[in-house]
Design a protein around this ligand. Structure first.
Ligand SMILES: Cc1cc2nc3c(=O)[nH]c(=O)nc-3n(C[C@H](O)[C@H](O)[C@H](O)COP(=O)(O)OP(=O)(O)OC[C@H]3O[C@@H](n4cnc5c(N)ncnc54)[C@H](O)[C@@H]3O)c2cc1C
Length: 399
């Protein structure tokens, strides 16, 4: 019987072990923590957004890095297969906004329990508290490296797989935090801490003004920058640009549904109803309270000026500010706050139809250790499950 070792008990490793065992292999799963799925436990704020209910073809639009490499893996175990797998093992699922799939119980621990049961049913030997130091210490016929990336290292993902892969000649694309908050240079950001904005659009530009990224949705201010869905999605592009090329700027359009003329009309209407108020007290219908003092200050308009004395030019500059509220990006936060790691074992060194190394027979990769990453929405766990499934299936087969 072919023996398979899986290093790492995250979603990729667990699924790899299940699929290899179901193919008839004798499988051992090694995990350095005292329990499986430590990172999985904290996903989706403890609720685990385990996949996305989108059409499979749309899945690839949500993959940021190396989507083509993932074709075989995703089609070998699709998001629909994931839902069938969990429901088949008795875990009820529900779909939320953005087609995000969660367990109905809202408990990530139920996802882990389901995987543990499937491991047991498939006959996988699980060895906990065992940190693999080198692939050479394993005697199995095939080895699947599913050690994860570098983010939230307290969960056990400390980049060990990169060391294993590099030692046997694989190229490692420099790991970088992704889906991570962004730090801004402007000191008044602190004043905005806790403010969340909905229905805004953002743009990231480089120092020449060229657009690098744009999006529409929700964001929030933190003590030293910004976070929330549109920011996390933009962070990979911004981080890579800052690290390799230079400065970039975040532009927020606070009123994307209105063009400048429409916004000016809207402000005029608000001003009509508040003719004798000070400017600083005239924006409460237009903006959230926390934002008003900052906008008033940046507008250059005297805060005590009566609304009926505000000139057309002053209004124009206010409109421009609301349509293009700009911040200099300092840097992205580090791995300790990153949802995923971008970078990892180069896909050039991995066969996409099997997940086997092109450099070393019987070595396979699965999950975040590979240079693939996606947006939020359940896509990253699905990538872990799909690549794990394919690696397990391939590793179980005699060459
Ligand atoms: C806060 C947070 C929230 C997230 N929420 C979501 C979400 O809702 N939906 C989503 O799709 N994605 C989410 N993600 C991303 C998702 O968790 C990861 O993409 C996914 O866990 C990657 O799976 P993996 O199996 O490749 O790696 P991991 O889950 O990191 O698992 C790797 C395992 O390998 C073990 N290991 C490492 N080295 C060794 C070694 N030398 N010997 C033995 N064991 C070892 C580690 O202890 C770890 O258990 C979130 C991430 C974070 C940090």
């Amino acid at each position: 019987m072919r023996t398979v070792a899986v290093i790492g008990g995250g979603p990729a490793g667990m699924m790899a072990a299940i699929s290899a065992a179901r193919e008839g292999a004798d499988v051992t799963l090694y995990e350095k923590n005292p329990k499986l799925g430590k990172k999985l436990f904290i996903t989706g704020k403890g609720r685990c957004n385990l996949t996305n209910g989108c059409d499979v073809s749309e899945f690839f639009d949500n993959v940021v890095t190396n989507s083509k490499f993932l074709y075989s893996a995703i089609y070998s175990f699709t998001n629909v297969d994931t839902m069938a797998f969990f429901e088949g093992h008795g875990l009820k699922l529900k779909e939320e906004r953005g087609q995000r799939i969660f367990p109905t119980s809202d408990r990530s621990s139920d996802v882990i329990k389901t995987l543990e049961k499937a491991l047991k049913d498939a006959g996988v030997r699980v060895v906990l508290n065992r940190e693999i130091k080198s692939v050479n210490e394993l005697n199995e016929d095939a080895i699947i490296i599913a050690t994860g990336g570098l983010s939230y290292q307290s969960t056990g993902s400390t980049g060990d797989g990169y060391v294993f892969a590099e030692a046997i000649g694989h190229e490692i694309v420099k790991p970088q935090p992704s889906l991570v908050p962004i730090r801004l240079k402007e000191p008044y950001v602190k004043q905005l801490e806790g403010l969340s904005l909905r229905n805004i659009s953002i743009k990231i530009t480089n120092w020449k003004g060229d657009e690098l990224y744009s999006d529409f949705g929700e964001m929030l201010f933190t003590s030293r920058g910004v976070s929330g869905p549109v920011i996390l999605s933009a962070s990979g592009v911004a981080g890579r640009y800052i690290n390799t090329k230079g400065d970039c700027t975040l532009h927020i359009d606070l009123k994307p549904a209105l063009n400048e003329e429409q916004l000016d009309d809207r402000i005029l209407r608000d001003f009509e109803g508040a003719r004798n108020r000070d400017f600083r007290n005239s924006l409460d219908k237009l903006l959230p309270t926390k934002l008003i003092p900052v906008i008033v200050n940046l507008s250059g308009i005297d805060p005590f000026k009566k609304v009926n004395e505000i000139t057309r030019q002053e209004r124009e500059s206010l409109v421009k500010l609301l349509k293009d509220f700009c911040f200099e990006i300092n840097k992205t936060e580090g791995f300790e706050q990153a949802v995923v790691t971008s970078g990892g074992v180069s896909v050039k060194n991995i066969n996409p139809s099997t997940m086997e190394s092109k450099l070393q027979k019987n070595i396979y990769f699965a999950g975040e250790v590979i240079d693939v990453d996606a947006f939020t929405g359940g896509f990253n766990i699905q990538i872990a499950l799909s690549t794990g499934f394919l690696a397990g299936q391939s590793a179980a087969k005699e060459e």
